[in-house]
Structure formats: structure tokens, C-alpha cells
Ligand binder design. Structure first.
Ligand code: SF4
Length: 394
């Protein structure tokens, strides 16, 4: 029953185990968590601290930070200490790549979650002369991955911390590429073998991601993964994202297509929108996706008609004025409709409505009930006074 319920129009989320990351819990019935990654050099402790603080204040609930060397791992420790002194309990995730066992073990002492990319964690230098990967070689490489992962998993398990198995389409291991090709199947198999290592060590604080820059590859990988996880009884939460989505409008469209589609199917417990822009700009996109799907209500929901020849006032201007006056009241829904022909009916479930009635006059609605008709010049003012009268104004 996972996905969009066609009777209620609500999303039934996939059942997952809860995964604790500091004070935040990903999965189970918890709200979908918003996260992002700072782009400061981790060695710049003050710069990283300032960026984490800014992101956290903007609504980023988990912040990821790069960790490419032992010096970076130590710097993460100083950053975490600085956050603690300022009473900022934002959970931190360290991103560890290439041959990162020692780095991961060090940084795991300081952060709440470690992210590894299985294709790079035990990096196999591509051999251009290779024409096949024999089952024996495959097993040997898998054993090497197991041995390298084990100390990290034991450390995370014993400290009560989390792991993200973050598979990326563009960085599958050589043996996955030879065995399954550059495919969603290869991505899923790569994650599954890491999960098995974790489970063998009785470690279940795992989140999994399957990122790709092509939306359809990303969708296919997450769908296949969720099917395989269900078959194997592995109810781990999913971290969603379209990697390298680019910038501007198209970057936001790609991210929304990938993340939004899966969320509507009931998949996904934490999200990151990856933009080639200041990371702080990713946060409103995340919340917009979640609000649009009714998964979180962190802002006012505005319903507005597109305007047409019947429109009785300047919709763009009025919508802007209504938004400016009411945007501090998350959870409320307000409709701004150009006329009464379709207006009251189509604003459907809005809590309040501002609807063009006759030239120069607008009507204010509470739900579907018309409350009063006023001159357009005082429309926004009167809407605010209605909200105050109803006791919903904060
Ligand atoms: Fe046109 Fe009225 Fe519909 Fe707005 S609500 S698009 S003004 S018919």
C-alpha cells in the first residue's frame, strides 16, 4: 500500500526503521528530514562553523561536511567542539571517500553520521587492459571491502552513530561495472553488499542513497532498491537526491522531478537538493517540495488562479501583498482568486480566500463561506483583520 492513496489523496510512506543521527531521527513516522552540505574547506574551522550555523538557522536539519584527510578529520573535531560551545546541536555528517578507513575512524569520533561511497571507499584503480572480472576476483574484492568496512561499522555501532551508504551512478567500482554495467542494478548491488556487511555485524543504523545526475536513472535505482530491500527484509530509510543537478530553474526542476516523484511513491526519509549555488539556496527548495506534497507544512500554502480576462484586480501584485502580510503563519492556507466565477469553488480547501467580486470590490472568505465584501484598496488590511478576529493571527 506504499505510495499515493487514490481515495484519500494522501501519501502512504514506506515503513522503515528509525535511524538516529544526533538529535534527529530519520525514517519511521518522523517527518522527512532536510539536509545539505557546506562547501567551505573543512580546514577553515571558523568559515565552516559560520556556514553550518547559517545553514542550520535557515532550516537545514543535518549538515554534511567534507573529510578528505586526517587533518580534515581533526578539524571536524574542532568544528564540533565550537558548535557545542555555542549550544548548537545540529547533527554533522562527514563525507569520506577514497581509501578512507583511517580518516573515517578518526572523524567518526566527532560526527553523528559518516557517509561513504562504496565505489570509492576501497578504490580499485581501473585497469584498461582488463576484459573481464572473474567470480574469483569479484569475491576477493568483496572480501577486501568487507575487511575494510568492518572496523568502521564496529566503531559506529559501538558509539551509537549512523552510516550512509551513498552510492553514486558515476562512481561504481570497477567490478560492479564489469559485472552489472553502468546500471541501476549495479548501484543497487553495490549498496546491498555493504548492507550485508553491516547486518553481519549487527549494525542497523543505516541510511541508503542512490544518486545520479540523470533523473530517470535515479528513479530506476531507487525503485529497484526499494523492491530489493523489501524482498530481503531490510527496512532502512532512504536519502533522496539528484546529484549534480546544476543551477537555476532547471536544477530545481530536475531535483523536484527526482525527489518529488519518489516521495509521492512513498519512498524517501531525508532529502538533499544539490545545486551549483550557495548551499543555503537548497533549503527552501527542499521545504517547497515537501510542502507541495503535503509531507511537511512549514510555510503558508497559497492557492492562486493564473488570471484570465475575467480577473478583477492585479493578481500578481495582490498575491505579493497578501504573501508579505501573512507569510509568518505556517500551516495556514490562503487563496487569492481573480473572480467569483470559478474562484470560490476552485479555492477548495483554503482556510481563507480573497476573491474578486465586482470591479473595485473583493470578497473575503472563511473556508467556503463569504464573510464580507470590501473595497479593493483595503482588501489586504481587511484580510489581516479577519485573521485577527478569528484568533489565528500570530
Ligand atoms: Fe479567471 Fe476567475 Fe478563473 Fe481567475 S478564478 S482564472 S479570474 S475565471
Amino acid at each position: 500500500n506504499v505510495g499515493l492513496d487514490i481515495n484519500s489523496g494522501a501519501i502512504q510512506r514506506r515503513e522503515t526503521t528509525p535511524v538516529r543521527v544526533g538529535d534527529i531521527i530519520i525514517g519511521a513516522s518522523n517527518p522527512v528530514v532536510v539536509q545539505s552540505m557546506i562547501n567551505e574547506d573543512t580546514l577553515d574551522i571558523d568559515g565552516s562553523f559560520a556556514s553550518i550555523k547559517e545553514m542550520h538557522e535557515a532550516g537545514c536539519e543535518i549538515v554534511r561536511i567534507t573529510c578528505v584527510s586526517m587533518a580534515h578529520a581533526h578539524a571536524v573535531g574542532f568544528i564540533k567542539e565550537k558548535l557545542r560551545k555555542e549550544y548548537m546541536d545540529v547533527p554533522l555528517v562527514a563525507d569520506v571517500h577514497h581509501n578512507g578507513l583511517k580518516i573515517a575512524l578518526e572523524v567518526a569520533k566527532h560526527v553523528d553520521k559518516v557517509r561513504i561511497n562504496p565505489g570509492l571507499y576501497v578504490f580499485e584503480k581501473p585497469d584498461p587492459r582488463r576484459t573481464e572480472y572473474t567470480p574469483k576476483e569479484f569475491d576477493a574484492a568483496e572480501e577486501k571491502l568487507r575487511k575494510t568496512l568492518e572496523p568502521l561499522i564496529i566503531s559506529l555501532r559501538d558509539q551509537g552513530k549512523a552510516l550512509r551508504i551513498g552510492v553514486n551512478h558515476g562512481s561504481l567500482s570497477e567490478r560492479m561495472l564489469f559485472t552489472y554495467g553502468d546500471t541501476p542494478r549495479g548501484m543497487v548491488e553495490s549498496a546491498l553488499e555493504c548492507i550485508r556487511v553491516c547486518e553481519d555485524l549487527n549494525f542497523h543504523n543505516i541510511v541508503i542513497s542512490m544518486k545520479a545526475s540523470k533523473v530517470l536513472v535515479m528513479l530506476a535505482a531507487y525503485r529497484l532498491l526499494s523492491r530489493r530491500l523489501a524482498e530481503e527484509d531490510m527496512p532502512y530509510p532512504l536519502h533522496l537526491g539528484v546529484t549534480e543537478a546544476g543551477d537555476g530553474e532547471y536544477g530545481r526542476i530536475k531535483s523536484t522531478l527526482g525527489i518529488g516523484t519518489l516521495l509521492a511513491e512513498g519512498l524517501g526519509d531525508t532529502i538533499r537538493v544539490s545545486l551549483t549555488e550557495a548551499p543555503i539556496k537548497e533549503i527552501p527548495v527542499c521545504y517547497g517540495i515537501l510542502q507541495g506534497l503535503g509531507l511537511r507544512r512549514t510555510m503558508v500554502e497559497y492557492v492562486a488562479c493564473p488570471s484570465c480576462g475575467r480577473t478583477l484586480f492585479n493578481l500578481e501584485t495582490v498575491l505579493h501583498e497578501v504573501r508579505e502580510a501573512t507569510k509568518h503563519m505556517p500551516g495556514l492556507s490562503i487563496a487569492v482568486m481573480g473572480c467569483i466565477v470559478n474562484g470560490p469553488g476552485e479555492m477548495a480547501d483554503a482556510d481563507y480566500g480573497y476573491v474578486g467580486k465586482t470591479p473595485g470590490k473583493i470578497s473575503l472568505y472563511r473556508g467556503r463561506k463569504e464573510i464580507r465584501t470590501v473595497r479593493e484598496e483595503v482588501g489586504v488590511e481587511e484580510l489581516v483583520s479577519l485573521l485577527k478576529q478569528d484568533g489565528v493571527w500570530v
